[in-house]
Design a protein around this ligand. Structure first.
Ligand code: ADP
Length: 229
């Protein structure tokens, strides 16, 4: 019975995500049209509001994509398209992309070494963006996020470190589980569904790599992943 209920829930999530995608895409298109028109007529108030509407709809779009990815992960349909690229370059690109929508934190690169890998560039980029956006979500505005990329024992190792709330030892082992979210006072009402790290784990696993966290409650967290070079 439990299994059946679980399956129904999954099916509902997957159908709903699919159906939400098309109207949302049109809405984003309309918002962008209005924004460019407002910009032309120098209506700064409208530009500001439409900019916010645009950011919010992009967030919603990212959530929906998360659900669809989850489905793909579970049915083993997450294709890995390998290419050769420099991890350091991808890290810098992902940081720029993240900071375009979140400007509340300072990102420091230390150290970011040129590291050539053969992997799925988009998917690894998705993992990095996810780790950076979690750091932003779970650490105070104005604090620093440190990203690093080094080459150790024939593995490329990427780390994202924040000065946030941290994660207790007891919660660390479940972080990468589907729908798992830490319940805590200081976390407040940060939104999310607890599938980001689950998908990251799956992507890294498909690359024969590892993802893990080092953290202490109240003392920030560092997420690391490695993939073979
Ligand atoms: P979401 O952020 O949508 O809840 P994730 O799968 O990305 O889902 O993360 C799962 C949980 O792990 C989060 O709800 C949060 O409790 C915890 N977490 C993730 N990243 C951090 C971080 N950098 N600092 C503290 N807690 C974190």
């Amino acid at each position: 019975f439990r299994k059946e209920a679980e399956r129904k829930k999954d099916e509902f999530i997957s159908i709903a995500s699919h159906e939400l995608k098309t109207p949302l895409a049109s809405m984003i298109g309309y918002i962008q049209m209005l924004k460019s028109r407002a910009a032309k007529s120098e209506d700064n108030f409208a530009v500001g509001i439409l900019d916010k509407a645009n950011k919010q709809s992009k967030k919603m779009n990212a959530l929906i994509n998360g659900f669809l990815d989850m489905k793909r992960v579970e049915t083993g349909k997450i294709p890995i398209d390998r290419e050769i690229f420099d991890m350091a370059e991808l890290l810098i690109e992902s940081e720029e992309e993240s900071m375009a929508t979140m400007s509340s934190h300072t990102v420091v690169f230390a150290p970011v070494e040129r590291t050539m890998v053969e992997a799925d560039r988009d998917k690894i980029g998705q993992v990095i963006t996810n780790l950076i956006s979690n750091s932003v979500k779970y650490s105070p505005a104005g604090s620093t996020i440190t990203v690093a990329c080094v080459n150790i024992d024939n593995m490329a190792r990427v780390s994202v470190k924040d000065q946030g709330m941290g994660i207790s030892q007891a919660n660390q082992s479940q972080l990468f589980d589907r729908f798992y979210r830490v319940e805590s006072e200081e976390k407040g009402n940060v939104s999310g569904f607890g599938i980001g790290l689950y998908i990251c784990d799956e992507i890294i696993r498909r690359h024969h790599g590892k993802i893990w966290v080092e953290s202490e409650l109240g003392k920030g967290s560092t997420f690391h992943f490695t993939i073979p070079i």
